[in-house]
Design a protein around this ligand. Structure first.
Ligand SMILES: *[C@@H]1O[C@H](CO)[C@@H](O)[C@H](O)[C@H]1NC(C)=O
Length: 222
């Protein structure tokens, strides 16, 4: 009798635990594997370029681009400060999203780490394409954690260069999370030198992603 009971309970427990194992294998980090959609409702694809645009168009803001802001210690003539365009019709400079952990469908998933890098159609500033967060070591509040370019693409050790896209209502926000910590901050902007400059912020900026389907051309920047 005891043997039968044992057998029965094993028969019930084993398939259940097998199921549980499968479930955890599919979602290793307990994340929701949510695709990010562009303004046409199509999934974001790592092999495509997108303009990052404000979700709500006002009279004086357009897409994300670069500017040369005075307070930066410029080691280059390339603009490195990530800002919003002051022209609503300007889509900005298109970017690629490159996931840290690519999948075979090249899908860009919400809440998973990725590099964001500008696409330039000439090589002059190609070392200043990959986004990073500045001043991360300094925790003192008055220091702005500005977003600039100059990181290396696909460098797992550069913790300042991994961003995430997260849903924000029907739109999206950009988020920066420090790996293996609970530190996560939204990306918003501050006004600086006539620009709205992207920074880590309490107030996330709602964005949408518009496919740049032009072939071999990028917008030039001022
Ligand atoms: C992404 O683009 C590549 C190359 O064009 C294509 O092979 C792949 O199917 C696309 N993935 C999705 C999810 O649309």
């Amino acid at each position: 009798m005891k043997t039968i009971l044992l057998f029965l309970s094993l028969a019930i427990i084993l398939p259940l635990s097998a199921l549980a194992t499968c479930a955890t294998t599919d979602t290793p980090t307990n994340q929701v594997w949510l695709g990010v959609l562009d303004t046409n409702g199509k999934p974001l694809n790592a092999s495509n370029r997108y303009w990052i645009r404000p979700a709500y168009t006002t009279m004086d803001i357009g897409g994300v681009r670069l500017a040369n802001l005075d307070d930066q210690q410029q080691t280059t003539t390339c603009p490195t400060s990530v800002v919003l365009s002051n022209l609503p019709k300007d889509d900005g400079i298109a970017v690629y999203f490159t996931p840290k952990n690519p999948n075979k469908y090249q899908l860009i998933l919400a809440s998973s780490p990725l590099n964001i890098h500008f696409y330039f159609d000439y090589p002059l500033c190609s070392n200043f394409a990959v986004w990073k967060v500045d001043n991360l070591v300094s925790k003192w509040p008055p220091i702005l954690h500005t977003i600039s370019t100059g990181a290396k693409l696909g460098n797992p050790n550069d913790f300042s260069s991994w961003f995430q896209i997260k849903p924000l209502g029907r739109n999206y926000k950009l988020v920066f999370c420090l790996e293996s910590t609970t530190y996560c901050r939204d990306i918003g902007f501050v006004r600086q030198n006539g620009y709205r400059r992207l920074v880590l912020s309490e107030k996330p900026m709602p964005f949408v992603f518009k496919l740049d389907d032009r072939i071999g051309m990028a917008s030039c920047y001022a």
